[in-house]
Design a protein around this ligand. Structure first.
Ligand SMILES: C[S@@+](CC[C@H](N)C(=O)[O-])C[C@H]1O[C@@H](n2cnc3c(N)ncnc32)[C@H](O)[C@@H]1O
Length: 231
């Protein structure tokens, strides 16, 4: 049975400019995923362009990383999820300019998308600078929890990658604790540079830049999904 999901944080900020509001009413509608309709099988058929694999970005903010990856990897399909309407509208404007045929979007909770996609259908899941919810009483709002990790484990292919970046030392430690306690994921790091240096071909994100300006050093964690049979 489908488990209930909860979305924390804001969804609506300032009103959109008329141009962005129009893009949301037109271009966004062609890119939006409808979770009421079953996913295509295989999931690669979600995209206008032919693609070899599908990657998911959770909480893409203003979409800079999503759009940069979709440009760099035209043979991959990208599903971007962001509940905040302003960020979604900025991303739709960037996609409209570049004309990507390998991006689909969902304006809502990534947990719902993880429930929707077929098992073992994703090559990679990125979660970059998620809301850290630093207060103890808010820790239960963190996206990394055992229910969402079950969802991530279900949807990643064996050998698929889960990437997590954060400037919150506490959230990094929390994520490591959760992932290292599981048999279905392995941490790929072999030396300190593997978590101190950004992921390969890293275009940066808005929140990463903000953290560095404030003197906070980000950490970059990569986990691989173990093959169930090999565990
Ligand atoms: C701190 S911002 C980071 C944005 C971007 N990744 C960056 O690095 O610039 C965290 C983002 O996660 C989004 N978010 C929060 N809860 C989410 C959820 N359940 N599913 C998807 N995105 C979520 C927020 O709306 C916000 O844009």
């Amino acid at each position: 049975m489908r488990r209930r999901t909860y979305l924390y944080g804001r969804r609506i900020g300032k009103p959109l400019s008329p141009r962005r509001a129009k893009l949301m009413a037109t271009v966004f509608q062609t890119l939006a995923i409808d979770l009421r309709v079953p996913p295509p099988q295989p999931l690669t058929r979600l995209f206008v362009n032919p693609v070899d694999d599908v990657r998911l970005e959770i909480g893409f903010g203003a979409g800079e990383h999503l759009v940069a990856c979709a440009t760099r990897l035209p043979a991959s399909g990208f599903v971007g999820v962001e509940p905040f309407v302003e960020g979604m509208a900025a991303t739709v404007a960037a996609i409209d300019l570049a004309g990507h045929g390998n991006i689909r979007l969902f304006n809502g909770d990534a947990a719902d998308v993880l429930e929707w996609v077929p098992a073992a259908s994703l090559a990679e899941i990125d979660m970059l600078f998620p809301d850290p919810w630093p207060k103890r009483r808010h820790w239960k709002r963190r996206f990394v929890n055992s229910t969402n990790l079950d969802r991530i484990a279900r949807t990643l292919k064996p050998g698929g990658i889960f990437r997590f970046a954060s400037d919150s030392e506490d959230y990094v430690a929390w994520t490591l604790r959760h992932l290292l306690a599981r048999a279905d994921f392995g941490w790929t790091a072999e030396c300190a540079d593997d978590w101190r240096q950004p992921f390969p071909d890293w275009p940066g994100t808005r929140y990463e830049a903000k953290a560095r300006r404030a003197g906070r050093l980000p950490t970059f964690l990569t986990f691989d999904r173990k093959d169930d049979a090999a565990r």
